[in-house]
Design a protein around this ligand. Sequence first.
Ligand SMILES: Cc1ncc(COP(=O)(O)O)c(C=O)c1O
Length: 365
Amino acid sequence: MREAPERIQRLPEQYFTALLARVAAAAAADGEPLVDLGRGNPEVGPPPHVVEALAESAARPDVHGYAPFAGLPALKEAIAARYADVYGVELDPTREVAVLPGTKTGLMEFALCAVERGGTIVLPDPGYPDYFSAVALAGAAVASFSGFDMPGDGMYLNFPTNPTASAAADGVFDEAVEWARRNAAWVMHDFAYGDLVFDGRRPRSFLAADGSRDVGIELFSMSKSYGMAGWRLGFALGNAELVRRIETLQDHAFAGIFRPVQEAGIAALTGPQTSVEERRATYERRRDCALEALPGLETRSEGTFFVWFRLPDGVTVERILAEQRVALAPGEGFGARGAGWARLSLAVGDETLERGLERLRGAFH
Ligand SMILES: Cc1ncc(COP(=O)(O)O)c(C=O)c1O
C-alpha cells in the first residue's frame, strides 16, 4: 500500500480521541465507577422550543433536499441581530457572515483560507489542540504566542480560553488588530465560550474592537451557548474577504447544512434567551463549588465551563485516574506550557461534579 500523503501524515494525534480512549480503558478496569471530568461536552441540550422547531421542520416534505450551500439568509440575519443585541456589533449578514457546520470546521478553514503554505501561525500555548491540526493541514508552521512583538502571518486567539478559562484582558483585541496591521497578517478569534463569563463580566466580542473586521474573523458556536454541540452549527463573522473565501471552500467541500438544523438555529437565536443565562449561571455556581473544593491550589476560572489548576507536586492526572478514578484533561495536552496543570470540566451534572470533587479532596490532602 502507498503511504498516506504528507498532509495527512503531518496531522498530530487527535488529542480528544486519545484522551477518550484512555478514559474508556480506565472505566473498563475494575474499581469504583469512574467520574469523568475530562471532557468538555455540554450536559444539557437546547431549550424545548429549539427541539420543537427542528422536529416541525423535519416533518415537512420540502426540507430534505440540498439546502442552499451558503446557508439560509434568515439564519445569517438572526446571528447578525444577536451580535447587535448582545455584543454591540453591527454586521452585514450578506457579506460578513458564513454559516459553518460547527466552528471546529472553521478552525481548519481559517488556516486554509488565510495563510499560504510555509507561513507562520501564532497559537496560544496552552491552547485548544485542534489549532495545531489546522496549522498542520495548511502546511504552515506553529509559533507559540509570546507577545505581540513576534512576527507571523496568522494568529489564533481564544477568549474565554480553553483550557485556561481566562477572559479577555482589557486592550488585548486592540493589540491583536495592531499586530495584524503591522504584519499584514490575519487574526481569528475563537469565541466558542463567548457567553460563558463569570463574576459580572460582560461577553466581549473581538469584532467590537476598532478595525477588527479589516484584519480578521470571529467564530461563534451554537454548541456551548445553546447546548447544541451535536447539531454542528456555527458561524464565521467579520472580514468579508475571509468570509467569501470560507464560503468558496465550503461550496467545494460541503453541500450546505440540513435545513431543519438551520431553522432550529434561527429559533434558538431569535427566541427566548433565558436558557443562555441559566447555563452561564449554572457553570458559575459549579465553578464556585470546585474552587471551594480545591483550596490551596493555584486555580483559574473567569469563564468557559472549565477550571484550570496547578497540580500539587508529585500528583499527575494519570495517578488521579488510577487512584481516585477521576478523569481530568492533562495540561500538557494543550501545549508545552500546560505541563503541571490540569483542566477540570464543569459540564457534568451536579451530582457527578460533587462526587468527583469529593474524590479530588482525597487526592490533594
Ligand atoms: C476552544 C474551542 N473552540 C472550538 C470548539 C469547537 O466547537 P464546535 O462545536 O462549534 O465545533 C471547541 C469545542 O469544544 C472549543 O473548546
